[in-house]
Design a protein around this ligand. Sequence first.
Ligand code: FES
Length: 568
Amino acid sequence: MKLRSQDWFGRTGKDGFIYRAWMKNQGIPDDHFDGKPVIGICNTWSEFAPCNAHFRELAESVKRGVLEAGGVPYEFPVMSLGESVIKPTAMLFRNLMSMDVEESIRGNPMDGVVLLTGCDKTTPASVMGAASVDLPTIVVSGGPMLTGRFKGKAIATSDVWRYADGVNTGEVSQEEFRSIEACMCRSRGHCAVMGTASTMACMVESLGLTLPGNAAIPAADSRRKVLAQMSGRRIVDMVREDLKLSKILTREAFENSIKVNAAIGGSTNFVLHLLAIAGRMEVPVSLDDFDHLGSDVPLLVNLQPSGDYFMEDFYYAGGLPAVVNQMQRVLHTDVITANGKTIAENCSGVESYSKEVIASFDDPVQKEAGIVVLRGNLCERGAILKPSAATKELLQHRGTAVVFKDIEDFHARIHSDALEVDRNSVLVLQNVGPKGYPGMPEVGNMSLPKRLLEQGITDMVRISDGRMSGTAFGTVVLHVAPESAGGGTLALVRDGDTIVLDVPGRSLHLEVSDEELAARKSTWQPPDLGIRRGYVAHYLKHVQQADLGADLDFLVGSSGSEVTRDSH
Ligand code: FES
């Protein structure tokens, strides 16, 4: 087969001279240009993305594997997004990062790609970009942190919300709160619960884009490096087999991933990212698929934020292969994965070493899990809720709205004694959607009013067009579409309106007449955020609503890997 990289390095004359000569300034021997598969290692390393800060070392393991298999590795940097650090929100830049990944892959002489991904958005952004090129591609996740410890208690990211509430009620001192920081993040790696990063690592494994076992190996475990090295070996063979992304990312693979996400109690962010990846591959996946395919799948994994344990425990219990093995009866088990084997071949016989952490399909942690899709006049294009993170008694609820016009309004008033709110109120947050914030921040799990917390209230119904951290929990309706800044009904809700949430009936309804809503709409104006230039202005013009994955409209689909013109 003719390698793509030979269109650069295999040329004669001035062109070939230029393509090879400048590469040789790195000390590369001549025979490396003679038709060996060239593997790009797409590195999301950044010290501002602390979850990915160990990736240069991981890249060395990948390189070793590539060389062992007869390939030639080249590491290249792309934009990285540190969820805990970057402002205003990492999601604003997911699509931008995907463009960087896409153009870096297409524009350079590589035959296959290894995506090094970790912190939340770095995985979907990398896969979205790679999907729009469609070369043989394998993903290596950076792995979760080791479980934190504070005063002998196991802790991880989901405890941030609990301890922050504890500070509000006076149960946790400022000094303790400060010392928890280092206790929680005590090793390299990403968040140690089934938050978005772990969900994304499971997503790529369940889609078949990684070697089996990729998702759960802790970042600090030496076996993480072994997996990286084996992935380096494998990508060279994937090039020889021409095992492109489009051969792996089929409709069946997406269906599998939706079901596996339900079984692991994965983050609600999964919905947005999987829709966006499917859009790049032009595989039809709709918002309703998440409910139809996932909501009768039992919850098999008992991990925070929905459950009790941590990613480290998940690995010791068998990791994702043990979950997939339990689920074979509801999955498409004959789909091909990155190692060239089917899911059945990869997972058959992998047992759970702890039924506490990974339960069996017949005796699950919870009978029904997944993500529920709601419809109604408050969310005509849909909204989502994760029942396993919610309070059972609130899944059918009627309450009066307490409305915040944006996140600043929320922060200014939520703890005020003047706020008219009680445990049955429904907190409504407007203008935190893809356009409204912009960037759809993770603020949907609004903190509860201090005086209700002091009364021992731990959950209330909350509704917004924003997202929720995968490490958070509560009876939280998210991703309302159309969003308030796009003229959705959410923009028209006023204090005191009655809202009816019926999760079993899949509805979310605002009890205000159509006439009254039309009157309110006639005076509604979209917010002017004052953004006139740069990427964000472009994003505002082109970002799609949450039900389509919040990708930019002009990025949907693929342009392939061919570059037809060059300037030499
Ligand atoms: Fe990076 Fe949680 S902040 S995974």
